[in-house]
Structures are given as C-alpha cells and as structure tokens.
Design a protein around this ligand. Structure first.
Ligand SMILES: [Zn+2]
Length: 410
C-alpha cells in the first residue's frame, strides 16, 4: 500500500495517511506537497498533533535496510538504499593528480610540511562517508515519522572500547588487534563473521589471498564453497580484494557507532538466529524489521508496505582540469555545464527529479543525468539507465530538487 507522509503546519511529523485522503486535503487547500519521493504533504491548517510512537530499525552495510514500525506492528516505512561505491577510487584518483601536480612546476604558494599528522580519532574518509549515509537516512525517516528510537543490527562490537572505555586517539589506532584472542578471531571479526564474497556464515575458513604471511591484511574470511572456488583459481584476485575491502570498511564503520539513549544495538547473530527460526529470506529491510522485533518487542505485520529503493550519488564534480590532455597536448579546463535555465527561468541541474512532456505525446519521469550545452538533457532512472536523450529543457517540469539520495520512481 502506498502511504503519504504528513507534516503538521509547524513541520513536525504526524501519522501517515492514504492517497485518497491526501488528495482530499490537497484539493481543499488544507495541505501542500513538500516532497514527491517519498510523497510528503504539509498541512496548512493547525490540527491536534496526536501521534503514536514509531520504532525505527536499521541494518547498516553497503546496502542499508531501514524500516519504521508502529507499536501495533504496522510497517510505515521500508527502504533499501545503496551507498556510494566509488569513493575510495575517487580519492585514489585525486591523490594521483595531486602527486603528479607536485612534480610539475606549478607551485603557487610555499610548500608546507607541518600538516602531515592525522588528528586524534581520525577515520578514513570512505568510512566517514559510509557513516554519514547511514545517519542521513535515519534523519530522513525522522523527518517523516515520529520515531522514538532505533534498533540497529551490528555485526561487530568494539572489543577495544569494551575493555578500556577511556582508550582513544593514537593508542586506539595502534592496536587494532587488541581485544581479540588471536589473528583468526580478529580477521573473522573484521569480516563480520561471514564469507566476504557471498555473506554466508556457515563453514567459515580463512584464506591467504595474497602471500603466505599470517598478517591480517593477507587473510580473508570465506565459506567452504567460496574457499574451494578460490583454491581452484575460479575466484579472481580482484573479486577477493574488492570483497575484502568492502567487508573491512563496513566493520571499521561499526566502530563509529556509539550507544546512546536513542540507539539500541542488536547482535547480528541474534538476527540470523531469529531469521532461521521464522524461516525468512535474508534481505536488508527484513533484517531491520527483525532488529526492531528484538530490541522493542514489536512484531511487524508483514506485507502491505511498499519498499523504496534508493541510491546515494555524487552531486558535485569540482574537477578544475581534465586529467587527460586532448589532441594537441592542451589540457582544457573542465567546463561542463552545471545547470541549464529554461525559458520560464527554472534552473535545472544533474539529479533533479523531472517530468518530461514528449513531443510525440506521453510523459516520462526520471532524473536529469547529463546536461548538453545546446539546452537539452539526458534523462535516466535512479540507477543511471537512459530513459530518453535530448529532451529540451523548456519541456521539463521540475518535481524535486537534486539530492545526494535518489529514489526509484515508476
Ligand atoms: Zn561464500
């Protein structure tokens, strides 16, 4: 069932309603649309703000599952969102450009050598971004529904912090293996006690995927089946390396989660045990529902809730110069259009949600993917698949401004 999220006149989240009632409110001028996906209206008249408590659930990962469940088990929000996969590659690229630039004679200021120390509590930017994407989705749900608390499924507990709560800074970074019984325990913990390739927690074994040494960075957790594939050479090194990096990043992010009054943590083991008791299939949003059930004792009534599917994207590209010189060896400035203005004065940019009236009749809803300087755009769906190319900017109607979190629209 489709739900319409409702905000009070003052912008506070109320209980959601059905599309028919929302239509009625909009027609009567008692509400206005504030968001198209997820569809949200804001009342223009003051009403009593009676709300029921709603519990949120989250299964963090590279694809995160997020749910919101009312006290009687009715599911009010359910989503699966893919995080950005390209961040560390982009940083690597930037590092190479900078290194390259330092070798050319392009100094315009005195070099500095006193800024090379990482501050205390430093975490890798790719991990910070992952955490930000999880926080942002919880924030979105809290802006739509009166959420009182969150149940979060966490694979790995921070053993170091449990052992010594005052541990911080350098000391903390220097001993990642502290608190673990041995290297095997550490690698299993880092990989979330599951096969990094297929996610299975059965028949785990460690595999030396580069070199023979017992250093954790050379070891990876695999299940029996994937281990056999790896040994016989049917799992490529790049697949193993990529899976290992993802698994390590997700676990490193988990160290950033701090318990608070609003967050309750549920161990992944408990979730998978309950999942097998109930005979459910593993999806990210189903796991988030199980976390709510374990932390708050709310039994969700299954079905009857649309699953939103979304993805995080990069809005800005601040590249100043093209990396590769064009023919003739001149390095052009990156001057791709950042926005286009229609005759009516509306500014369009990448990832704006738009509706396009086709010349040959019919309408099309999608995201702006590419801007052409001739005043046309390419329209794509939320995963970037082209829907239409060369749509004139004057025939576009903007439904929603660009955001780093975009949703599947049908
Ligand atoms: Zn496996």
């Amino acid at each position: 069932m489709t739900r319409v999220y409702v905000l009070s006149k003052g912008g506070k989240p109320l209980m959601p309603t059905n599309p028919a009632r929302a239509r009625h409110l909009l027609d009567a001028g008692e509400a206005r649309v504030v968001r198209v996906k997820p569809f949200t209206i804001r009342l223009t008249i003051a009403t009593p703000e009676a709300v029921q408590p709603v519990c949120g659930g989250q299964d963090p990962g590279l694809t995160q599952g997020v749910v919101a469940v009312r006290g009687d088990g009715k599911i009010l929000f359910r989503a699966e969102v893919k995080c950005r996969p390209d961040l560390s590659e982009k940083l690597e690229e930037r590092r190479n450009y900078r290194r390259n630039r330092r070798y050319r004679k392009t100094r315009y200021r005195q070099p500095r050598f006193d800024n090379r120390r990482r501050p205390d509590g430093w975490v890798a930017p790719s991990i910070r971004q992952l955490k930000h994407e999880h926080d942002k989705l919880r924030g979105l749900v809290e802006s739509l529904l009166p959420v009182v608390g969150w149940a979060v499924e966490l694979n790995k507990f921070d053993f170091q912090r449990l052992e010594n709560p005052s541990i911080a800074g350098r000391e903390y970074q220097e001993g990642p293996q502290r608190g673990y019984f041995d290297v095997r325990e550490y690698v299993l913990g880092r990989d979330g006690y599951a096969c990094v390739v297929c996610g299975s927690a059965r028949d785990r074994r460690l595999y030396h995927f580069r070199g023979r040494s017992e250093r954790p960075r050379n070891l990876v957790t695999l299940c029996g089946a994937c281990h056999r594939l790896a040994v016989s050479g049917r799992l490529s090194f790049s697949v193993l390396l990529e899976s290992y990096r993802w698994a390590a990043r997700v676990s490193a992010m988990r160290a950033l989660w701090l318990p608070s009054g609003r967050l309750r943590f549920v161990a992944a083991g408990q979730v998978s045990a309950l999942r097998s008791v109930l005979g459910q299939v593993k999806t990210h949003s189903a796991d988030a529902l199980l976390a709510v059930r374990l932390a708050y004792g709310v039994v969700p009534i299954n079905g009857a809730c649309e699953v939103f599917r979304g993805r995080y994207v990069r809005l800005k590209n601040r590249q100043l110069h093209r990396a590769n010189a064009a023919k003739g060896g001149v390095r052009p400035v990156a001057q791709a259009r950042r926005y286009l203005v229609s005759r009516a004065g509306v500014r369009f940019r990448r990832y704006d949600l738009i509706r396009y009236r086709r010349r040959q009749g019919g309408v099309l809803t999608g995201y702006i993917n590419t801007l052409f300087s001739r005043g046309a755009v390419r329209i794509a769906d939320h995963v970037g698949k082209e829907l239409y190319s060369g749509a004139g900017v004057d025939r576009l109607c903007k439904l929603q401004d660009a955001d780093t979190l975009i949703w599947e629209v049908t």
